[in-house]
Design a binder for this molecule. Structure first.
Ligand code: ADP
Ligand code: MG
Length: 256
């Protein structure tokens, strides 16, 4: 059975999608068969991996709302070994539509079917909220990877996130764990970066990854080409750090 990891933080712009796409590609390069589920209506992981809107017949929306099996929406991405369950803006209505459906918290999990057996890793890119889409991810996953942006209020909002994790543990998924906490957009030239790093380590201890993701302009350019960083600029710092993160994730999951 593959490991299912949700990437979540209700703050926007902290590096969830960048990490989903590039960790996914780097795990694939380590010989893992990887599926990325795009659970954010913005669809940035979908477009960032070269899947065009006009080529999406069925999406994650159909899975959550119309009982479409997950297997039926999966496509190849621009990176070999990395598949994607794409999303469209239609998913933005799902948060409300889910409210009136049976088993609204477990619909993603219920749609997995045999898919989990076909992949070594399933990554779920969550939207920037703690609503029903994110709850569906937490119910379906084994663990949560929390990207934290290296900035002044880095820890703000994390208690709400941890509270939501506790609620899902209590009601739907007792085995749910934190996979790790990832510092993103780190700027080593400032004291602030180091302070935030120390603060996050104080709070999360050894759950913080050794790998820290620095600001790297190549990482922000790659999505507009529909490419993971390793396909856009293999020699960039961005590629090196996500390769290092993939090795840590493999080791933590007993696959190194
Ligand atoms: P989220 O999914 O949490 O909203 P994104 O991954 O989309 O965050 O990142 C927000 C913005 O910051 C995007 O434009 C992305 O390209 C950029 N970005 C993310 N990580 C980095 C990084 N390490 N260096 C430079 N830009 C980054
Ligand atoms: Mg995102």
């Amino acid at each position: 059975m593959g490991s299912v990891i949700a990437l979540a933080n209700q703050k926007g712009g902290v590096g969830k999608t960048t990490t989903s796409v590039n960790l996914g590609a780097c795990l694939a390069d380590q010989g893992q068969h990887v599926l990325l589920i795009d659970l954010d209506p913005q669809g940035n992981a979908t477009s960032g991996l070269g899947v065009e809107k006009r080529n999406i017949e069925k999406s994650v929306y159909d899975v959550l709302i119309d009982d479409e099996p997950l297997a039926n929406v999966i496509q190849h991405s621009s990176h070999p070994g990395l598949d994607i369950a794409p999303t469209t803006i239609e998913l933005s209505g799902a948060e409300v539509e889910l409210t009136n459906l049976m088993a609204r918290e477990t619909r993603l999990k219920d749609a997995f079917g045999d898919v989990q057996g076909e992949y070594d890793f399933i990554l779920i890119d969550c939207p920037p909220s703690l609503g029903l889409l994110t709850i569906n991810a937490f119910t379906a996953c084994d663990s949560i990877l929390i990207p934290v942006q290296s900035e002044y209020y880095a820890l703000e909002g994390l208690s709400q996130l941890l509270n939501t994790i506790k609620l899902v543990q209590k009601h739907f998924n007792p085995a749910l764990k934190i996979e790790g906490v990832l510092l993103t957009m780190y700027d080593k030239r400032t004291n602030l970066g180091q302070q935030v790093n120390a603060e996050v380590k104080k709070f999360f201890g050894d759950q913080v990854y050794q790998t820290v993701i620095p600001r790297n302009v190549r990482l922000s350019e790659a999505p507009s080409h529909g490419l993971a960083i390793v396909d856009y600029d293999k020699r960039s710092t961005g590629a090196a750090v996500y390769q290092a993160l993939a090795k840590e994730v493999l080791a933590n999951n007993g696959k190194a």
